[in-house]
Design a protein around this ligand. Structure first.
Ligand SMILES: [Fe+2]
Length: 224
């Protein structure tokens, strides 16, 4: 099985002016594509791993041969996280959460605005390259949590199911916002796909952890 670059579920310019078309083109066609190519290249001499999903590889790094473990860690993570990231945004989705996800945000953060402040603070203060997430923890009664991961680490590596994600690597915003990560984080709310977040929240309600680990994040965009 070759890992595949999923198509963007919208045009490169669809998230303008908040995320510019040039950034989206480079980000998807070059950065994400390189993670997929590098993952396939690393796995090529190891046919016993060819049927494994990118998420499985990322969650089972102890079973990966030493020689390619770092490459698989970085590139499977980059592939899984970016595949989620494209779907976390949409030019035409609901502009605020609704239903059970909205109720959970209000319960666990106090309000949508307080959640937005928490996520923006976490993203702005993350040192170096990484990701900021809204997650639901298997522990702690399934409450929502904001967390960050470094590099291309994924929250399921710590038993947290991702509901919403933003990429805070400089390649996600530097062309438009230069060093102003806070401006990027602020503008990003206008393109958040709350419908997708609500779907992921619903899926996170499955009681058994294996259901979380079994999903294939490398699949193309879900239909809405
Ligand atoms: Fe990225």
């Amino acid at each position: 099985m070759k890992h595949m670059l999923p198509p963007l579920p919208y045009d490169y310019a669809a998230l303008e002016p908040h995320i510019d078309a040039r950034t989206m083109t480079l980000h998807h066609d070059q950065h994400h594509a390189s993670y997929v190519a590098n993952l396939n290249s690393a796995l090529e001499p190891f046919p016993e791993l060819h049927e494994r999903t990118a998420l499985w590889l990322l969650l089972n790094l102890s079973k990966i041969p030493d020689k390619i473990r770092t490459a698989v860690h970085n590139n499977a993570g980059g592939h899984v996280n970016h595949s989620l990231f494209w779907r976390a945004m949409s030019p035409g989705a609901s502009r605020a959460p609704a239903g059970p996800l909205a109720d959970a945000i209000n319960r666990d953060f106090g309000s949508l605005e307080q959640f937005k402040v928490r996520l923006a603070e976490a993203g702005a203060t993350l040192f170096g390259s990484g990701w900021v997430w809204l997650t639901r923890a298997q522990q702690d009664g399934g409450r929502l949590q904001v967390c960050t991961t470094s590099g291309h680490d994924h929250p399921l590596m710590q038993g947290r199911f991702p509901i919403l994600v933003n990429d805070v690597w400089e390649h996600a915003y530097y062309l438009k916002h230069e060093n102003r990560r806070g401006d990027y984080l602020k503008g990003w709310w206008a393109v958040v796909n709350w419908d997708e977040a609500a779907r992921r929240f619903e899926r996170s309600g499955h009681p058994a952890g294996h259901n979380w680990e079994g999903e294939d994040e490398s699949l193309p965009a879900l239909t809405t």
